[in-house]
Design a protein around this ligand. Structure first.
Ligand code: ASP
Ligand code: MG
Length: 404
């Protein structure tokens, strides 16, 4: 049996006419003799509407009831897809996660799928049926409906591909694939043919909104090839796969930039063990996400400067928390809005010397000042003034031969 999992995102099933297109795509795979498993998200906007309703009913809406409510959007989409396939003469039916069941662990709103019972789905496939399965949901040990986090139907699809040993998992969405950089920011952005899980994970965490980061991690751990493509345009998308499968002569695969970052510097911090911990503990308690961090060596052994970046929406809260913190002493607090983090990503940099130098030189030639630097094995990030973002993207995109 050649099994393929097709996942449709909210925009792909956003209207009745789009759902009809989805049914045609599914029929295409059936004609090619695939056993097709379909996973669908809710029609676009529906999940958000349901969340609003929960908030209107109570400022303290039960998490268990939240899961029942917000998972209902997927039920609508799945029955419409199944209904259309039946209309076209196919053997199809919808499955809610609990009917399979798809088993989850963990807290409501943020559970994780740990097992999927294959039997019913497998039997149905053997009879030529097309199961249309609700993404984003499962059932927990208390037999309550659970959800697995916003954007979670990607993970549902990948884990179905894993448990049912599918040959491929195809994520249909409203973009044509993964791009070298955000095409809305740079018209020279190119669609990437193949990208490794590791690179994709970095790109997604940095804001490439093609897929949910945890689902990429699930795919990586289970070695599942994913193709991301558009449900509106018939063109090959991007293949996300393991490094070994990729023949790529480029050193850098993609470049990302952030918006709405701010920089916080504590000048003259008393240098002793535990200071960094006491600065970041109350921030993490308040769910403030700290991104880049640099601490200078203290020249005199007594004082040091510490800089970190956060989202600008957290700036006021951060300022208050740092000022109220009695465990740390510092001379000055500097806050700077409108900074942007530019990252170049590529597994090629592991084996190629001089990438860091080329990045810095390119920025220097364009008179762009670097404020903070951070690196990982496959990523180099720099913090620059936000007004230079476009200039930096253009220059780096060209320098690392992503234009062509
Ligand atoms: N419908 C859910 C959401 O909007 C799940 C998904 O889209 O994957 O978060
Ligand atoms: Mg979605």
């Amino acid at each position: 049996m050649k099994i393929v999992v097709l996942k449709f995102g909210g925009t792909s099933v956003g209207t009745i006419s789009k759902i009809k297109i989805v049914a045609d795509i599914i029929a295409g795979y059936k004609r090619k003799k695939f056993s097709v498993i379909v996973v669908s998200s809710a029609m676009s906007g529906v999940t958000n509407e349901l969340i609003k309703k929960s908030e209107a009913i109570s400022g303290n809406f039960s998490d268990a009831e939240y899961d029942v409510l917000v998972s209902s959007g997927e039920q609508i989409a799945c029955s419409l897809i199944a209904g259309r396939l039946i209309h076209l003469g196919y053997n199809a039916r919808s499955w809610l996660a609990w009917q399979i069941p798809i088993l989850t662990q963990g807290i409501h709103k943020n559970s994780r799928i740990y097992d999927i019972n294959k039997k019913k789905i497998f039997n149905y496939l053997k009879k030529g049926g097309v199961p249309i399965i609700t993404g984003f949901q499962g059932i927990n040990e208390n037999e309550r409906v659970s959800t697995i986090g916003r954007g979670g139907s990607d993970a549902s699809a990948i884990l179905l591909a894993k448990f049912l040993k599918a040959q491929r998992c195809i994520i249909y969405t409203d973009v044509e694939g993964v791009y070298t950089t955000d095409p809305n920011k740079l018209s020279r952005a190119r669609k990437i043919k193949e990208i490794s899980y590791e690179e994709m994970l970095e790109m997604a965490s940095l804001g490439a909104k093609v897929m949910q980061p945890v689902s990429i991690q699930d795919a990586r751990l289970n070695r599942i090839n994913i193709e991301v493509k558009s449900s509106f345009i018939k063109k090959p998308g991007t293949l996300i796969t393991k490094r070994k499968n990729i023949i790529n002569n480029k050193i850098i695969t993609g470049i990302s930039s952030t918006q709405n970052d701010s920089k916080v510097s504590l000048i003259g911090v008393k240098d002793k063990p535990g200071v960094a911990a006491s600065i970041f503990k109350p921030l993490s308690k308040n769910s403030i996400n700290v991104d880049m961090v640099v601490q200078n060596i203290s020249a005199n052994g007594k004082e040091t400067d510490l800089t970190f970046t956060i989202k600008t929406e957290d700036l006021n809260k951060t300022k208050k928390i740092v000022k109220a913190n009695k465990d740390i002493k510092f001379r000055k607090l500097l806050l700077k809005k409108n900074v942007s983090k530019i990252s170049i990503i590529g597994v090629g940099m592991i084996t190629t010397p001089g990438v860091t130098f080329r990045m810095f030189q390119t920025l220097a030639k364009n008179k762009i000042n670097i404020q903070v630097i951070s690196t990982s094995e496959i990523k180099i990030s720099v913090l620059i003034d936000k007004k230079n973002t476009k200039k930096a993207l253009i220059a780096l995109h060209r320098e690392f031969k992503l234009d062509d």
